[in-house]
Design a protein around this ligand. Structure first.
Ligand SMILES: Cc1cc2nc3c(=O)[nH]c(=O)nc-3n(C[C@H](O)[C@H](O)[C@H](O)COP(=O)(O)O)c2cc1C
Length: 179
């Protein structure tokens, strides 16, 4: 199994650093990876890391396309075999559950025809909020696969549920789907 087009959406959470490891592992498996970052994601990890790992531009802007001038959301969506959003913030999860498309990443989620997977990452208080749980249920009802967060040490200094699934687990799920 090799050589699929993986679209990776990276949102603004501390776990964004783990996505660099995931990209590295995907590229080692001969997959082609396109990384889309939200504006907030840029506060946590720089595009240069993903550009070097993928040998592609990082896509961040709806209106200043790097590659697809018919609309980056159209071109990237057409090319993708699978769209994984990892880490997915509470904010993006809320937007996806409500069909909001106010940046490239969320517009792509609506334009995508491939399987869409979401790997949430947030602190335990956010994860347990009724609004977040409601949005997760809505995404599942809409056919989006949730890769649930694990329990353990959180960057806010407490132990609880909210850790993004580890890159090895994400890789396994991706391989099961595109393999
Ligand atoms: C240090 C720090 C860490 C954060 N970590 C998370 C997180 O893990 N998960 C989350 O949902 N939001 C987290 N946030 C809040 C998001 O960055 C914020 O909601 C932002 O608007 C998300 O933008 P995006 O969803 O467009 O990427 C964090 C904020 C800060 C300042």
């Amino acid at each position: 199994m090799a050589g699929h087009e993986i679209l990776l959406g990276v949102c603004g959470g501390v776990a964004a650093y783990k996505s660099a490891d995931l990209v590295s592992q995907l590229v080692k498996q001969a997959h082609c990876v396109s990384v889309v970052m939200t504006r907030s994601a840029g506060e946590f990890i720089g595009p240069a890391t993903f550009e070097a790992l993928t040998n592609r531009p990082v896509y961040r802007d709806l209106f200043s396309p790097r590659e697809h001038f018919l609309g980056e959301h159209i071109g990237l969506a057409r090319r993708a075999d699978l769209f994984l959003i990892a880490p997915a913030t509470a904010n993006v999860i809320g937007k996806l559950a409500n069909g909001i498309a106010d940046d490239l990443l969320t517009t792509l989620a609506l334009a995508a025809t491939c399987p869409v997977l979401v790997a949430p990452a947030m602190n335990v208080e956010m994860w347990e909020k009724p609004a977040v749980q409601r949005n997760i249920q809505q995404l599942e009802a809409d056919g989006i696969q949730i890769i649930p967060p694990g329990e353990g040490w959180l960057s806010c200094g407490v132990t609880g549920k909210g850790r993004m699934a580890e890159p090895a687990e994400l890789l396994k799920v991706i391989e099961q789907l595109v393999g």
